[in-house]
Design a protein around this ligand. Structure first.
Ligand SMILES: [Fe+2]
Ligand SMILES: [Fe+2]
Length: 306
């Protein structure tokens, strides 16, 4: 359980966020810290992501990692990932939500990350984040890369959702229930989406967090916003024509999720170093906070007379 985080300065019409979450995806760790495909230094790239997470918010309600935690499901890869992320989560006083992806192996994930028996049972869970419910689904299919949700998991989800939560529910799952403009991903899409939609409709689900695509994407499913976080390991170079899109060691990103009473925003955070201006600061915000709304408009909205 974590305390709700409110925005310190509220200058607009919306209520402050009740919860702030970090949404990370697809670290694809390998045993021994090996490079993915011999190219991508996934551990260094993840370390850069963690540095960004540490500075972006002091106390998120959760860090959600939406699958493909490892590339080959090796126990050592899970141990290395856990050793990388858990100290940062402890420092920020937050919980980690591990979600299984198609590159994961349930038995190793359960044993090495969750200290559970190494079975093929789906890796699911429910978190009460001070009234915001987070449900992790397991869309992985042992032995395959496409996604699916079987009757048992859908029935379980229906049961959990039968009772609404005070701040509503977020679902976290690896395969997004969205189309991709890259045909390769449609081969690996989530099956039984109609059945999932039926469970979600009329429930208190306010958003779906997903991964798998290695690029940032947004859509709706059963009337619910879906946000796909890009990968921390490598990303798909979607600036190319769809048939020519391949991986690149650039544009890694995660998302900052602000849960407001009336809406949820997903901010894509690029993991990058770049010369950055110094105009805005805590002192600037304090000067704005000392003004009335009308004075703030005068100070920051009015254009100089021409
Ligand atoms: Fe992935
Ligand atoms: Fe995946």
């Amino acid at each position: 359980m974590t305390a709700p985080v409110s925005t310190e300065y509220v200058f607009g019409r919306h209520q402050p966020a009740s919860h702030v979450l970090i949404h990370v995806s697809d670290p694809h760790f390998l045993a021994g810290g090996a490079r993915l495909g011999g190219r991508y230094d996934v551990e260094s790239n993840f370390a850069r992501t963690l540095e960004a997470i540490r500075q972006v918010h002091p106390h998120p309600a959760a860090i959600v990692v939406t699958g493909d935690l490892t590339d080959l499901g090796e126990p050592d890869a899970y141990r290395r990932l856990r050793a990388a992320l858990e100290p940062v989560a402890a420092e920020l006083g937050t919980v980690v939500v591990w979600v299984a992806g198609n590159h994961d192996e349930r038995p190793a994930l359960r044993e090495a990350l969750l200290d559970l028996a190494p079975t093929e049972e789906p890796v699911t869970g429910v978190w009460d984040l001070d009234g915001l419910r987070l449900i992790a689904l397991d869309t992985s299919v042992p032995g395959w890369h496409h996604g699916d949700l079987d009757d048992a998991q859908l029935a379980w989800l229906r049961d959990v959702l039968a009772e609404p939560a005070p701040h509503g529910t977020l679902l976290a799952m690896h395969h997004p229930p969205l189309p991709s403009h890259l045909p390769l991903f449609d081969i690996l899409e989530l099956r039984h989406q109609d059945e999932l939609a039926e469970v979600i409709r009329g429930s208190d689900v306010r958003g779906i967090l997903a991964g798998h695509l290695h690029y940032s994407a947004h859509g709706t499913f059963a009337g619910v916003p879906v946000s796909v976080s890009s990968a921390t390991c490598y990303t798909m170079n979607v600036s190319l024509p769809a048939a020519e899109v391949n991986g690149m060691d650039a544009a890694q990103a995660f998302q900052l999720v602000h849960v407001h009473p009336d809406t949820i925003t997903h901010t894509v955070v690029p993991v990058t170093e770049a010369p950055t201006g110094e105009f805005f600061s805590e002192a600037w915000l304090e000067r704005m906070a000392a003004l009335t709304p009308e004075q703030r408009l005068e100070a920051f909205s009015r254009k100089p007379a021409r």
